[in-house]
Design a protein around this ligand. Structure first.
Ligand SMILES: [Zn+2]
Length: 355
């Protein structure tokens, strides 16, 4: 047994070193210019079970506005200081999950005058559900890492059968991200935003920045940031590419499609999702809107026929969407089942029972 485990560590170390030259998973992002003095910080991780968030840097005449503060914020601040010596004045959190808010403390430490902006629901969720999420993650993460290491050791896919190269790279990256999370998050206090709002909050000190609650979706605290002059839309986790992230308990799948339709109506030229690549048209948003509406419609019909939750999980047909999102990728098919089909049906079922 020990002989089997030991070589695994060698494999992991050699893979992580070759994928990350400085062996620094936190800095695995690239900074893309998406407008004049506007930069998207896009994670380069492969699709996986674990992730850290994208963020956006907006450099105004005399200060900087940041959208989202992921776990890698110390590394982002290092890069920001090379780009400008202007101080960060505002940090906007698109919602209250750790991969979008953990870095608030880092921004506060580096820029003590920075002010933090979020939807008012964050004050309710972050200290309660946020803390429960965090404690669940901290207690379950080591077991998850062991599970992934055992799959790597056995060269076995989560779907059964042999692991593909894509899964191997993804799981190794997941392990590095989880280990970074466990390094950073348990040692970081929640930092609650002081500026909160209900429908809309506008910053107009230089570039016009609209902070909007378009509707419930990934959470009840989702907000988006829209720069109307540049037609740049920053969506948080209302849009996640290539596989959306649905929470069985915390997502509002019955409202998600309508929320996406409102974002589509903005006709943005540049869309920065909470995770995944920058996009330049609405096609992926339309796909997701159709997917979430289909989950809700099929679940509602099945409940009307008297089916149980277990039966609906088996009978629901999302093949058309899974094909579009996952194609031939075994990894993305696994992620689709894990992050969309399973929790999506449960969320839709629970919402129907609440009504
Ligand atoms: Zn996220």
């Amino acid at each position: 047994m020990i002989n089997n485990i030991f070589p695994l560590f060698l494999i992991i170390i050699s893979f992580t070193t070759s994928i990350y030259p400085q062996n620094n998973i936190a800095a695995n992002f690239e900074i893309q210019e998406i407008g004049k003095n506007i930069y998207a910080v896009i994670r380069k991780d492969p699709p996986g079970l674990m992730c850290d968030g994208n963020s956006v840097i907006i450099i105004n005449k005399d200060h900087v506005v940041i959208v989202d503060a992921p776990e890698a914020s110390n590394e982002i601040i290092k890069e920001l200081k090379k780009m400008t010596d202007k101080p960060v004045r505002y940090v906007i959190n698109t919602h209250w999950h750790d991969d979008h808010i953990t870095g608030n403390q880092a921004y506060h430490d580096a820029y003590p005058n920075a002010e933090f902006i979020a939807h008012k629901n964050i004050l309710e969720y972050l200290p309660h559900q946020g803390l429960i999420n965090r404690n669940n993650m901290i207690s379950s993460a080591p077991g998850g890492v062991e599970y992934l290491k055992s799959l790597l050791e056995k060269n076995e896919s989560m779907a059964g059968g042999p692991m593909t190269d894509e899964e191997r790279v993804s799981f190794i990256n997941d392990i590095a991200l989880v280990e970074h999370y466990l390094d950073i998050v348990p040692n970081t206090e929640y930092f609650l935003p002081k500026i909160t709002f209900n429908d809309k909050y506008i910053l107009e000190e230089d570039k016009k920045i609209e902070i909007i609650k378009a509707g419930n979706a990934h959470t009840a605290g989702d907000i988006v940031v829209f720069l109307p002059d540049e037609k740049i839309l920053i969506t948080g986790d209302i849009v996640v590419h290539p596989v959306p992230l649905v929470g069985a308990e915390q997502s509002h799948i019955d409202e998600w499609g309508a929320t996406l339709d409102k974002l589509i109506s903005k006709n943005a030229k540049t869309i920065v999702p909470g995770h995944g690549k920058v996009m330049h048209d609405n096609s992926y948003l339309s796909l997701l809107s159709g997917l979430f509406n289909s989950i809700c419609r099929q679940t509602k019909d099945a409940v009307a026929q008297g089916k149980t939750l277990d039966e609906i999980h088996t009978s629901i047909d999302l093949e058309e969407f899974r094909e579009e999102i996952a194609g031939d990728s075994q990894l993305k098919k696994i992620l689709f089942n894990y992050y969309v089909k399973g929790p999506g049906v449960t969320a839709a079922f629970n919402e129907l029972n609440k009504k």
